[in-house]
Ligand binder design. Structure first.
Ligand SMILES: *Cc1c(COP(=O)(O)O)cnc(C)c1O
Length: 431
């Protein structure tokens, strides 16, 4: 207890003291995490660094307010300001993604997707999505998820040779199974998503098409990936990945689905929205509408391509042979090392990414064959395609060191990485 409880001084009851004073333990941990984020090359493709403005918005007194309902129709009084905050976030989402309707209240991507089921399906109805081991998300009907337990999942794959979605296979499966809801998008897809192709299939089988753009929302906003807006019935996205906002989510659609989605989020699934998060989403959307953000989105892709080239040159086997977006999936089979020991060694070498299954992975999900990496965070940090060959070199060196169990070599790489990252100010906190 002594370690975790704040010192019981009378000062903890003063509500105006800063965190460092009231709870030095938590303040220290937050500082330690900031240092860790500063020192590492962060390549987890679903992560980013938010701006100071986004951080500021999340730390406002908007967190104190309950506002169940929607702007103009609330169940609590005192919404003079909150309604304006939420309307601002909605209008910015509508304009940035060119959609008729936006709901900015989902707590995160998974509850947002669950709301889509609640809006359109009954328990036991069929849902079609990409299988998790192929790059899909848990919430697209994978067996361990509520979405796979309460609904009947039909899962499509990627081609064994191509590593890409085969729309003919998707169409055949859809025609045979007639799902009510189809998801496209996922968590480990290195290639463009053909929203128009998916929409044609959904229309043919009279299914609702949900484009889950959680990973690529920032690329879509910045014009670096085609938009699902003209094609999908529903767009689901998190706000904290390439979009570079706070942890949260949005659902967007044409007006015809607005009330079904709104009712599903509240009162269907959630209570009061997190208003400080809504404000920070509004800020992120404001930032994402700028020319600088367009350049950022395109640079994410050029960095990923440069990193992919650097890895291919060093003999790494990339699923689908490369990348069109922010994400790279590497099959380490030819390197004679599993994804997990590789990812753990890379972390010790200052390079943060995650182990991941590759399509048709012969190994177990807890010890798969691949690693997944991407460039949203390093691009925010200010790294350019010229920096990527060095990063690829460090990845190669660390993988080789891991195979030799050469801890000193991993430590040497970590020192080089620390030196390198010190040239890139930490977004959000640098003076
Ligand atoms: C990240 C992600 C989600 C879930 O988001 P959480 O905020 O982690 O719940 C849903 N779908 C896709 C495709 C994702 O990448």
């Amino acid at each position: 207890m002594a370690d975790t409880a704040p010192a019981a001084t009378e000062s903890t009851t003063d509500l105006n003291l800063p965190l460092e004073t009231v709870d030095p333990k938590v303040a220290e941990l937050a500082d330690a995490e900031a240092r860790r984020q500063a020192e590492k090359i962060r390549l987890i493709p679903s992560e980013n660094y938010v701006s100071r403005a986004v951080l500021d918005a999340t730390a406002t007194l908007l967190t104190n307010k309950y506002s169940e309902g929607y702007p103009g129709k609330r169940y609590y009084e005192g919404q003079q300001v909150i309604d304006q905050v939420e309307r601002l976030a909605i209008e910015r989402a509508q304009s940035l993604f060119e959609v008729e309707h936006a709901n900015v209240q989902p707590y995160s991507g998974s509850p947002a997707n669950l709301a889509v089921y609640l809006a359109f399906l009954e328990p036991g109805d069929k849902v079609m999505g990409m299988a998790l081991p192929m790059g899909g998300h848990l919430t697209h009907g994978w067996s361990v998820s509520a979405t796979g337990k309460w609904f009947r999942p039909i899962q499509y794959d990627v081609g064994r040779e191509t590593g890409r979605v085969d729309l003919d296979q998707v169409r055949e499966l859809a025609l045979a199974e007639r799902p009510k809801l189809i998801f496209c998008g996922g968590t480990a897809i290195p290639r463009l998503i053909d929203f128009e192709g998916f929409a044609a299939i959904a229309e043919e089988v009279e299914a609702i098409l949900c484009a889950d753009i959680a990973h690529i929302a920032g690329l879509v906003a910045g014009g670096a990936h085609p938009s699902p807006a003209p094609h999908a019935d529903v767009i689901s996205t998190t706000t904290h990945k390439t979009l570079r906002g706070p942890r949260g989510a949005m659902l967007m659609s044409r007006e015809e689905h607005a009330s079904a989605l709104d009712r599903a989020v509240f009162p269907g699934l959630q209570g009061g929205p997190h208003n400080h998060t809504t404000a920070a989403i509004a800020v992120a959307l404001h930032e994402a509408a700028t020319e600088e953000f367009r350049a950022y989105a395109h640079q994410i892709v050029s960095n990923a391509k440069a990193l992919a080239d650097g890895l291919i040159e060093r003999g790494f086997d990339l699923v689908s042979g490369g990348t069109d977006n922010h994400l790279i999936l590497v099959d380490l089979t030819n390197k004679d090392i599993g994804g997990k020991p590789a990812a753990q060694a890379l972390d010790r070498a200052g390079i943060e990414l995650n182990y991941n299954t590759v399509p048709y992975d012969p190994r177990k999900p807890f010890d798969p064959s691949g690693i997944r990496l991407g460039t949203p965070a390093v691009t925010t940090r200010g790294m350019t395609p010229d920096d990527m060959p060095r990063v690829a070199g460090w990845i190669d060196a660390a993988v080789e060191a891991a195979k030799r169990e050469d801890e000193p070599a991993l430590e040497a790489t970590a020192a080089e990485v620390r030196d390198f990252t010190s040239a890139f100010p930490l977004p959000g906190v640098a003076a």
